[in-house]
Design a protein around this ligand. Structure first.
Ligand code: DX5
Ligand code: ZN
Length: 229
């Protein structure tokens, strides 16, 4: 994985057909996805439950781009090796998931993955001030995590602060929640480069009609790059 700040669209398979993940992943990649975003929820840190390491490992052979695994679980540390074994390229843990996020990020890198740290809407940018050299990606939640299809919460002030804090470090800013063609330009303008989108990518399409995924991805990208008309 090389580093750059170009806009990357990361469809969240939380909005895919849960009976057909392999084909759904292939379809979004064929239609222009840059990364594949995988939302792991435990029914404890967040009020919803999705899938665990065995399922993520089964997704791996279908992902030709970057498998971006977002852990909404607590605790995190006992599962890091399982997600490394599952083939995650990026593994993101929430700063709110436990008292030892510093150790968690070190352990993720030690297991051979890129380390991400996620911030809930109520958590200030300063929470990652001492983690900037230990992280490869900061995920700014623009909804309270747990469900797809929620309304975007404006976090542009936080994103701009983070962009300034990062300086020239090779750290991505990822936005997760309520991203669509109307909200994407607000966040790229202030420094975000990875845009997670679930409902705005999968809406209206299917593996039998994947062209819609492509239209949706291109609409978000064009808006984010400021060329949407
Ligand atoms: C929310 C998840 C998101 C979610 C985004 O807890 O982390 O990745 O799938 O879904 P949309 O794009 O529908 O808001
Ligand atoms: Zn997510």
């Amino acid at each position: 994985m090389s580093f750059d700040r170009s806009v990357k669209i990361a469809p969240s398979i939380l909005s895919a057909d849960f009976a057909n993940f392999g084909q759904e992943i292939q379809a979004i990649e064929a239609e222009g996805a840059d990364w594949v975003h995988v939302d792991v929820m435990d029914g404890h840190f967040v009020p919803n439950l999705t899938f665990g390491p065995a399922a993520v490992k089964a997704f791996r052979p279908h992902v030709k781009t970057v498998m971006d695994v977002h852990l909404m679980i607590a605790p995190v540390d006992p599962y890091i090796d399982a997600y490394a074994d599952a083939g995650a390229d990026v593994l993101t843990a929430h700063v709110e998931a436990g008292p030892h996020i510093h150790r968690t990020l070190q352990a993720i890198r030690a297991a051979g993955m890129k380390a991400g740290v996620a911030l809930n809407p109520g958590t200030p940018a300063e929470a990652v001030a001492h983690l900037l050299d230990l992280t490869d990606l900061i995920c700014v939640m623009t909804v309270n995590p747990g469900f797809g299809g929620q309304k975007f919460i404006d976090m542009t002030g936080k994103i701009a602060t983070l962009r300034q804090m990062i300086g020239d470090r090779p750290v991505h800013i990822e936005i997760d929640g309520g991203v669509d063609p109307s909200t994407a330009p607000l966040v790229t303008k202030v420094g975000a480069d990875v845009l997670v989108a679930g409902s705005a990518v999968f809406r209206g399409g299917s593996v039998d009609n994947p062209g819609v995924y492509g239209e949706n991805i291109r609409a978000i990208r064009a808006a984010a790059e400021g060329t949407w008309t």
